[in-house]
Design a binder for this molecule. Structure first.
Ligand SMILES: Nc1ncnc2c1ncn2[C@@H]1O[C@H](COP(=O)(O)OP(=O)(O)OP(=O)(O)O)[C@@H](O)[C@H]1O
Ligand SMILES: [Mg+2]
Length: 265
């Protein structure tokens, strides 16, 4: 796929100015400009620019190896960008350490759940509230209890995290991210591997979180789940933005069908 194949009507550059589609004109909650990351000779993230408005949910699609998780790692600070800028709420965080970005309100779930396995579910949430949100000890307990209830994990509260089944491990990823009190929540394939019924429960939960005004970016291959929540879609291919815009238009885009969905246009 060459850049010249990208339909002019859906080039990312054209839609950068529509960050206010969710109703917020002006400053974006998150703004990336020309962000790049290479591993050796491989340009994994190759000049990504995007805007996410306050309270908006941006869905990210793209083939395996497209650079989606790497993009998240650049936003959270797990990786440093080679070039470009990342601005959160008007503050340039491009070179901030991960813990500073977390305290500024960036929470994430990992594609491969990464609980502290020997700790109980409750302890995982207390630790996230303490280190991530910087809460005093008593407040972390209250926060953890609230989130256990909200995410359906209360029955599992005293189990070691390593013993959870997949749905509950996914819930714990989400719950731990929420415990850090994010204003921007990054979700990496949180519906992967779930049954239809489980994915529907997750969609309900994400809609509830969205209703609280939390900005979200959700990387997901389970397209129907993503479409149930996302306000806007971005398709990434080979580290570049391939298409961006209203979900229905992006899904119907011939180049997206060819590159991502494997359908002939
Ligand atoms: N730390 C690293 N060192 C070297 N190469 C890496 C590293 N992390 C990722 N890559 C490579 O960068 C490319 C993009 O990886 P990334 O995990 O961002 O893709 P992805 O879009 O999230 O894919 P998937 O849908 O499979 O999760 C892949 O070719 C991967 O092998
Ligand atoms: Mg990934």
């Amino acid at each position: 796929m060459g850049e010249s194949n990208t339909p002019p009507s859906v080039r990312a550059d054209d839609v950068v100015g529509v960050a206010g589609v969710a109703g917020v004109a002006g400053a974006a909650h998150l703004a990336l400009d020309g962000v790049c990351k290479r591993f050796g000779a491989l340009r994994v993230v190759d000049g990504i620019s995007l805007r996410v408005a306050q309270g908006e949910t941006l869905g990210i699609l793209g083939p395996n190896g497209a650079g989606k998780t790497t993009l998240f790692n650049l936003i959270t600070g797990d990786l440093r960008a080679d070039a470009g800028s990342i601005v959160l709420g008007g503050q340039d965080i491009t070179r901030h350490a991960p813990h500073r970005r977390c305290r500024l309100g960036i929470g994430r779930s990992y594609q491969i759940p990464q609980p502290w396995g020997a700790m109980t579910v409750f302890e995982n949430l207390v630790a996230a509230a303490s280190f991530g949100a910087g809460k005093p000890e008593a407040a972390t307990y209250a926060r953890a209890v609230d989130i256990l209830g909200e995410t359906g994990l209360l029955p599992q509260a005293n189990r070691p995290a390593a013993s959870l089944r997949l749905l509950d491990r996914k819930r714990l990823e989400l719950a731990r991210a929420l415990a850090t009190e994010p204003r921007l929540l990054l979700l990496d394939e949180i519906a992967a591997g779930l049954t239809e019924a489980e994915a529907a429960l997750l969609v309900d939960e994400l809609r509830r979180i969205k209703g609280q005004g939390i900005t979200m970016i959700w990387i997901e291959h389970v397209v129907h789940a993503l479409l149930a929540v996302a306000d806007r879609l971005l398709v990434i291919s080979q580290g570049k933005s391939l298409a961006e815009g209203a979900p229905a238009a992006v899904i119907e885009d011939p180049e997206v069908k060819r590159v991502y969905l494997g359908l002939e246009a």
